[in-house]
Design a protein around this ligand. Structure first.
Ligand code: NAD
Length: 381
């Protein structure tokens, strides 16, 4: 089987689905690799790097050449047309948004594994693209905050006197939030964090941060797979009240709270932002899902009463080399699981693949089984 790696076409996307160091593990299981000319350039990997690793470089139609396509973003409609029937596509498909695109792929008899749906089970941890990319996002959020804050992060004792450490609050202590805690602490800030899942408290404290809002923790907030459930209106109001004091003393807030399959919870409303100090910074990693701050404008940086609010989009592309490296390792691990001897497993019968299938055998799939006939949603091509 041939793995094909196209250059990403989504505007602003710098990552690539496979990096040179992952070529050899794929060759070892009997696969071959073809990479489109320039596919890794914006992530810092040259065609020569890929060629030296054993990949074939092509300026031809790489999408039509592969049996399995490694992609970061969902294909454009034009790219869908170039995929051959029987191809297996691995990509972050954003299935809630791309329904008709997926119906079109099913209509072309392309099998599609939507990488957001890798199940959160121990066996699949090394394939978990959402976790690896959240790590990048958590790290970048802190660096961006440190750059924008008109203060130092660490305490400094200088001839000009002592400068106090910055206070950082992380809301949502999942994978991104925990990485943000570690990064902010390494920069010398005083770090607090809050979440609604009880398990998060121990993780926050084990990183040396202070947990705030212990009274908000609720076993019932936990959904399957480590996700959180949406809170009731009453809980949401209580959370704003409980966090208000910490917010008023904070220089930086990193928002990374998400709930299973829904819009991001709004944890910061305008009155919460207005109690923050002048020059404070909010980095909203949940901007793509609507934002944890009511004033967030996705993709933009706004200033509200002296507080800078960044609605980050595509933050992982800012560290495209390592984000791609992690993504590529995730996909390579998935391929080693699905084709340990170079032959593709029956996707419909494999627990991990089945959970991710959104198109297979001419049908749209959802939740591990066919959802509808291909093209029924109007996307058949
Ligand atoms: P996520 O991105 O879905 O959510 C981020 C965090 O926001 C979560 O910790 C969630 O509890 C929190 N949150 C939701 N609503 C909130 C609110 N109103 N206020 C404050 N916080 C709120 O989650 P994630 O980062 O992907 O992971 C969550 C957990 O799942 C972690 O403990 C992680 O270790 C675990 N996990 C396990 C696996 C695996 O076993 N394969 C894979 C990924 C994640």
């Amino acid at each position: 089987m041939k793995i094909a790696v196209p250059k990403e076409t989504w505007e602003g996307e710098r990552r690539v689905g496979l990096v040179p160091e992952s070529v050899s593990p794929l060759l070892k299981i009997g696969l071959s690799v073809t990479v489109e000319t320039g596919a890794g350039a914006s992530a810092g990997f040259s065609d020569d790097d890929f060629a030296q690793a054993g990949a074939e470089i092509t300026s031809g139609d790489v999408l039509a050449a592969g049996d399995v396509v490694f992609k970061v973003r969902a294909p454009s409609p034009a790219e869908v047309e170039r995929l051959r029937p029987g191809t297996v596509l691995l990509a972050l498909m954003d299935p809630a948004v791309n329904e008709s695109l997926i119906a079109g792929l099913a209509g072309r008899k392309v099998s599609v594994l939507s990488l957001e749906r890798i199940p959160r089970i121990t066996r699949a941890q090394s394939m978990d693209v959402l976790s690896s990319q959240a790590t990048v996002a958590g790290y970048m959020a802190v660096l961006m905050a440190a750059q924008r804050l008109p203060r130092f992060f660490p305490m400094l004792m200088t001839a000009a006197g002592t400068i106090k450490a910055a206070q950082v609050l992380i809301i949502g202590a999942g994978v991104a939030g925990l990485q943000a805690i570690g990064t902010a602490k390494r920069l010398g800030a005083r770090v607090k964090a809050s979440d609604v899942r009880p398990a998060a408290r121990e993780e926050v404290e084990s990183l040396g941060a202070r947990f705030v809002g212990a009274e908000l923790l609720d076993e019932a907030a936990k959904a399957e797979g480590g996700y959180a459930k949406e809170q009731t209106e009453e809980q949401k109001a209580r959370q704003k009240e409980v966090l208000r004091d910490s917010i008023s003393k904070t220089d930086v807030i990193i928002c990374s709270a998400l709930v299973a399959g829904g819009r991001a919870p709004v944890v910061l409303d305008a009155p919460s932002v207005e109690v923050m100090k002048q020059g404070s910074v909010i980095i909203d990693l949940a901007a793509e899902q609507g934002g944890n701050c009511a004033l967030t404008q996705p993709g933009q940086e706004v200033i509200h009463q002296g507080v800078t609010i960044c609605g980050l989009l595509n933050v992982t592309s800012m560290k495209a080399a390592d984000a791609s490296r992690m993504f590529s390792r995730n996909l390579t691990n998935l391929m080693k699981h699905l084709a340990p001897k170079g032959e593709m497993a029956n996707l419909a019968e494999d627990e991990i693949a089945r959970a991710c299938l959104v198109a297979h055998d001419g049908q749209v799939w959802s939740g591990g089984s066919p959802a509808t006939e291909a093209g029924a949603a109007g996307g058949k091509s």
